[in-house]
Write a protein that binds this ligand. Structure first.
Ligand code: TRP
Ligand code: ZN
Length: 854
């Protein structure tokens, strides 16, 4: 341990070399103790190439003994340096045995083996296993695992099938070879909510959702979601589960959403626990989606894993795409698509257009945990959607079947994935591959030319702005779904996919009786920014008539955004827009969830992006004021209709989280949001008092916070829920996200001093810090106090949990967008972080990249 500063050397994709040893079997024995857990590892290696045996080993691992085939090597035959253990290994087959001791109670990083409320649990992706025992901690080294756990705790879990479950010890056997990042162990006083599932070939699987005593009533929805996921993967992808048991454990201290460890998924408890009183409709939808996501990893991630971490999108992009399809099948495809595009634009476009931009498959990294990003996940999923559009549903099915056949048991690459599509469909994907290797969001410009005699020409040009380290951006293949609508509202050309492959390209449509209105980029057929000249009445027309629900919503969104941008510059609310909203509200046939999405105004951040895009400097306060003004104007113009909507969409009877009831509630609450500007919080007060579910209660509370009338409600909310951690998180978050901007930083400082601000708990930290950074004008306060507050807490968090500090630092990614004064303050805050001693590799990489934006 002669290296105190973590390694800053980048890992580079082209440096990949296969591991020179095969690992045939891994046997682990744990003697659990909070302060001194002993781990014995027995690894059966076989040499297949020259070189030493190099194992990864974390700084906190106390290595007590080491032997090869029963003999201790002498000191000259092995050395420990930094984070590696190098051993002169024999030829042929040999068994390495190590014994070491670690201190889970001192592990606050939630990586490796740690404690959460007295429960032992693990998180090994991406490189956490090395903090448990010395090991080739890389995804292309796969082995079957046999795990023995000794502990007095009542429930002892690991991957695979149970072999022995006795007082004080348990043995688990996982027959499927897996990399170390999929290892998991849990031990604690847990209760199971159980069920079973019979697979399509008739095998019965025991299902358990493990929670803390008392939480059982909130685990039912997760179990139902799991059963739906298992059925869906059989029906849609023909993928069956492959062990006798499937365990899910809910953990309160967890760095991300959830983890797909083989047969033993570990979840952030906020993605498992739900009851009508404590969880919102959005929480229920996310639980179903993430349970699906982790389950689907069993094939896309576990049975077929990644060769190295550069290939992360191979499992994440595909699995996100699969979970999106699942949610779309369980709920409303139109609504799901719009939600996904909203998330993509607000997180991934922002990343792709700022200092943290990187390709879906990066080529180098310093800290891999910094690359679990919206680009790898969400843009990665868009690439799968584009591939599917390009090769068609049949081609996609054939390709996926070939992928599972050919690569089952492999640690694969993006090249393998694309080759499968080429072999299955005969299509050349050379140009498509640029979507994986080139960062940045292409800007697609569309021009229309009507010749007056029946021919419409669409001229497209594509251009991708430079990103850090990449200036040259050759054209990519872009599938552009278009439809044509005649002025009377009839669709004259149904959805057609145009394949653009050049920097500039045109497509013609002949035999048209009149000049049609073009509905472009239907279904958001590619992750690009589309620029076109369409006036407000053209957009209002599409909002009223488009048959593609995404394009319809998009037209309304663009109209709202244009109106808001003009208002920030001093214009009055656009009449055309207000009229279009009226027409929309009068559409009795529309799906309430869809209407709710159309009614929601673009968030302030989105307006700031639009302003910066037009080469202006966004003023957060003016943006906030304009948005408030437009909302008020919509409410006064359409008050009666909004009141009717609010009344008519009350859902009677017991709360149910299904898509239909959730849709009605979301429309009702969108109406409340607007009405709140004209009734001084009256409807929100009434709803807060009468609500019997968290969806309505938290929405009412948010509205009251926004108008500064929440004192009483906040007190009673806290009193009612102070013992339910996940709800206390909401209490912190809402007070910041909806605070009036001028109060936000002061509220954040107050809340940071609250006795319940248990900041080492990742969810609590995210609630407070994330709540503030969500508040656009509040976080970007002109005096820089938001930046100072964030920097202060990132530094404090960094020595405790570097992953969380690094993740939350991305709130700085748009800092160069604002005026000089704000930039100076942000820069000073970033420099303060960089100057701090002992920065983690995680945070220092992030802040260095953020700082280079200047
Ligand atoms: N593989 C997980 C998923 O997407 C995410 C993950 C990666 C993760 N690293 C993690 C989760 C660290 C928790 C902690 O499903
Ligand atoms: Zn995943």
């Amino acid at each position: 341990m002669n290296e105190s500063r973590p390694s800053q050397t980048p890992t580079v994709l082209s440096d990949y070399r296969p591991y020179p040893f095969l690992l045939h079997r891994t046997r682990l024995a744990f003697d659990l103790d909070p302060k001194a857990t002993k781990i014995r590892a027995e690894l059966e290696f076989e040499r297949r190439d020259n070189g030493s045996l190099v194992l990864d080993i974390g700084q906190g691992v106390d290595l007590r003994s080491l032997s090869i085939d029963g003999a201790q090597p002498d000191a000259s035959q092995w050395r420990r340096e930094g984070e590696t253990l190098t051993i002169d290994a024999p030829n042929g087959a040999f068994t390495l045995i190590t014994e070491c001791v670690i201190d889970p109670s001192a592990n606050t990083a939630c990586e490796g083996l740690y404690l959460s409320n007295g429960m032992f649990c693990t998180q090994c992706e991406a490189e956490g296993f090395r903090h448990i025992t010395p090991y080739p901690d890389r995804p292309d080294v796969m082995a079957p695992f046999e795990v023995t756990i000794r502990s007095d705790l009542p429930v002892l879990l690991s991957n695979g099938n149970p072999v022995t479950q006795a007082e004080g010890h348990a043995v688990w056997n996982d027959p499927w070879p897996k990399p170390a990042y999929l290892f998991a162990l849990v031990a604690g006083d847990l209760r199971a909510v159980s069920g079973d599932f019979t697979t399509q070939s008739g095998k019965q699987v025991d299902l358990n959702i493990w929670v803390r005593p008392g939480d059982e009533p909130r685990a039912g929805y997760a179990l139902e979601s799991l059963i739906r996921s298992m059925k869906w993967d059989e029906d849609v992808y023909g993928r069956e589960y492959d062990l006798d048991v499937f365990n899910i454990v809910a953990v309160d201290d967890f760095n991300m959403g959830a983890m797909e460890n083989k047969g033993l998924n570990i979840f952030n408890s906020k993605l498992v626990l739900a009851s009508p009183e404590t969880a919102t409709d959005a929480d229920y939808e996310r639980i179903e989606g993430v349970i699906g996501h982790e389950y689907f990893h069993n094939w896309t991630g576990n049975r077929i894993t990644c060769r190295d971490w550069f290939q992360l999108c191979l499992k994440e992009g595909l699995t996100v795409f699969r979970d999106q399809q699942f949610t779309s099948d369980m709920r409303s495809p139109a609504v799901k698509r719009i939600e996904d595009v909203l998330a993509l634009r607000s997180r991934q476009f922002r990343e792709d257009q700022g200092p943290l931009a990187h390709p879906v498959r990066p080529e180098s990294y310093i800290e891999i945990n910094n690359f679990y990003t919206a680009t790898v996940y969400e843009k990665g999923a868009e690439l799968i959607g584009m591939l599917k559009r390009l090769v068609g549903d049949d081609g996609y099915r054939k390709a996926l079947n070939l992928y599972f056949d050919r690569h089952d048991g492999d640690a694969a690459t993006i090249e393998d994935w694309l080759t499968v599509f080429e072999d299955a469909t005969g299509r050349d994907l050379t140009q498509f591959k640029r979507w994986y290797t080139d960062a940045g969001t292409p800007v697609l410009t569309m021009q229309e030319d009507w010749d007056g005699t029946g021919r419409l020409t669409l001229r497209f040009s594509q251009q991708t702005p430079p990103t850090p380290g990449q200036t040259d951006k050759p054209p990519r293949v872009i599938p552009i779904a278009v439809g044509l609508i005649s002025p009377n509202g009839d669709e004259v050309v149904p959805t057609t996919v145009l394949e653009m492959t050049a920097a500039e390209q045109e497509f013609t449509f002949d035999g048209l009786a009149t000049r049609p209105v073009v509905s472009a980029l239907r279904g958001f057929s590619a992750p690009v920014v589309l620029k076109r000249n369409l006036d407000a009445s053209g957009r209002a027309f599409l909002l009223a008539h488009d048959t593609d629900s995404f394009a319809r919503w998009e037209a309304g969104r663009q109209l709202a955004r244009d109106t808001l941008v003009a208002m920030v510059a001093g214009a009055e609310p656009d009449r055309e827009y207000l009229g279009a909203v009226g027409q929309l509200l009068a559409d009795g046939a529309a799906d309430p969830a869809f209407l709710a999405l159309c009614l929601r105004l673009p968030p302030e951040e989105e307006i700031a992006v639009a302003i910066a895009d037009a080469d202006d400097i966004p003023d957060p306060d003016a943006i906030h004021a304009a948005r408030e003004k437009l909302a008020t104007q919509i409410a006064t113009t359409h008050e009666d209709t909004l009141r009717a909507i609010y009344r008519e969409n009350a859902v009677a009877g017991t709360y149910r989280p299904d898509a239909e009831s959730a849709g009605k509630r979301s429309l009702r609450l969108a109406a409340l949001d607007l009405l709140n500007r004209v009734d001084g919080g009256k409807a929100a007060q009434d709803l807060y008092r009468s609500a019997d579910n968290m969806t309505e209660r938290s929405a009412a509370l948010s509205r009251l916070i926004a108008v500064g009338q929440a004192d009483e409600a906040l007190t009673s909310f806290y009193k009612d829920f102070k013992d339910v951690r996940l709800v206390v998180d909401k209490w912190f978050m809402l007070q910041l996200a909806f605070a009036r901007p001028e109060d936000a930083v002061a509220v954040a400082r107050d809340l940071a001093a609250h006795p319940d601000f248990d900041w080492k708990n990742p969810n609590r930290f995210r609630a407070l810090i994330g709540g503030l950074t969500e508040n656009h004008a509040g976080f970007h306060a002109a005096d820089g106090s938001g930046y100072d507050f964030l920097a202060e807490w990132l530094l404090r968090m960094d020595s405790v949990n570097p992953q969380i500090a690094a993740r939350m630092s991305s709130a700085f990614e748009s800092w160069t967008r604002y005026d000089n004064l704000r930039q100076e303050r942000a820069k000073a805050a970033l420099d303060r972080i960089l100057d701090a001693p002992d920065l983690s590799r995680n945070l220092s990489e992030m802040v260095t990249r953020l700082r280079e934006a200047a």
